[in-house]
Design a protein around this ligand. Structure first.
Ligand SMILES: [Zn+2]
Length: 384
């Protein structure tokens, strides 16, 4: 088996810490953020105008990637994909969020400056519809990542429906890439002291320090000097993987199971980069050699009856996990995604309201998980 030797020194452990962090986790943004509607709240009275989303599609909206320093950036009226619904109970709440974001768009350069001053770090900044990046990297590298994130966004939107993203705005999920340990500690110190990050694990800071990457539900901070080749995966792979993981955790309100987050992050990489270079580890570095074609590896495993049953894989904790398990998680999530986009989007909603994997799968896809597992085996062996 050829060794790829990629590694990801970013740890599930740290994301797990974020999952247990207190409800009222502060966000680094200096301005009011778009508020993400919690889908487990009692639903408001049904509204036909906006299909109870509180939002109306905005015709002036154009997909964009906004790089810091662009000569001709789109105006604020083009930056938001929605306006508040005039006809339902969600209206006033959405109106406030809408106005706050419009205001921020008019003053976004000031917004970036304030953020950098507080972090005491300088970045190349960018925004897409649902991502915000602050990179200590060249403008060309940051641009490459920005367009990859935007492409992933477009893929997911086309396949899962625009509803999948809810009201997620450009500044709700932030990806920070810093150049070295000094800058990383600076950023981590900001999270600890200025944001007063809380976690169930009293050792979170020390663990984050040694892992070189740290994630909360709406921010990821990574040291790029740990991630670059030859030992590690390249920056585009890392950034896409990290962002996909943060996105799904955020949309699932921190309740998405780990097997699903891992598979989804790999799916994100696969969708826009055509291959996988990253995997997550928990607690200890776990060096794994992968067969480079993950679809082929999963198919081979199913044919030889070596793939673990779903109910075993669903307990995956990323501790000393063998390569085949990572590849099967990727394959399962990819299968669910390809089988039915609308059901896949519904699956995330089911996780969000606290359903277990078997319950969530049955609710979303309308068939028992045992049947889905059998269908997956047929599908995976067919080489699709
Ligand atoms: Zn409405």
């Amino acid at each position: 088996m050829p060794s790829i030797g990629f590694r990801l020194v970013w740890s599930v452990l740290l994301l797990a810490l974020a999952a247990h962090a207190g409800e009222a986790e502060p966000d680094p943004a200096p301005v009011p953020m778009l508020e993400i509607g919690r889908r487990d709240e009692a639903p408001p009275a049904p509204c036909e105008t906006c299909r109870s989303s509180g939002r109306m599609p905005l015709k002036t909206f154009k997909p964009y990637v906004l790089m810091e320093g662009d000569d001709d950036p789109p105006g604020p009226e083009q930056m938001l994909g929605w306006s508040p619904c005039p006809d339902c109970a969600l209206g006033p709440k959405q109106q406030a969020a809408f106005e706050a974001e419009m205001k921020r768009q008019l003053e976004r350069r000031k917004d970036y400056d304030a953020f950098e001053r507080r972090m005491k770090l300088a970045f190349v900044d960018f925004e897409t519809r649902h991502a915000s990046g602050h990179f200590q990297a060249s403008a060309a590298e940051a641009r490459e990542v920005a367009f990859l994130l935007d492409r992933l966004d477009a893929e997911l939107r086309a396949h899962l429906g625009a509803e999948f993203f809810g009201e997620l705005g450009p500044r709700d999920l932030r990806l920070l890439v810093v150049e070295n340990e000094k800058a990383y500690l600076q950023g981590l110190g900001y999270v600890r002291d200025a944001l007063n990050h809380q976690s169930d694990d009293p050792n979170w800071y020390d663990l984050a320090k040694s892992a070189g990457a740290f994630g909360t539900r709406n921010m990821t901070l990574m040291r790029r000097d740990l991630l670059v080749p030859p030992a590690g995966a390249g920056l585009p792979h890392m950034a896409v993987f990290a962002w996909a993981r943060m996105l799904i955790r955020h949309l699932g309100d921190g309740k998405t199971p780990r097997w699903f987050e891992e598979g989804f992050a790999s799916l994100g990489e696969n969708l826009v980069l055509g291959s996988q270079q990253c995997y997550s580890i928990a607690y200890e570095f776990n060096k794994v050699d992968f067969e480079p074609d993950w679809n082929k590896a999963a198919a081979e495993a199913v044919r030889q009856n070596k793939a673990k049953p779903w109910k075993v894989l669903f307990e995956a904790d990323m501790i000393s996990m063998p390569p085949l398990d990572y590849q099967c998680l990727f394959s399962i999530v990819r299968y669910l995604y390809k089988r039915d986009g609308a059901a896949f989007a519904k699956l995330v909603t089911q996780f969000r309201i606290g359903k277990t994997a078997p319950q969530a799968l049955e609710q979303a896809f309308g068939v028992p998980p045992e049947k889905l597992e059998l269908d997956w085996k047929v599908w995976v062996k067919s080489g699709r």
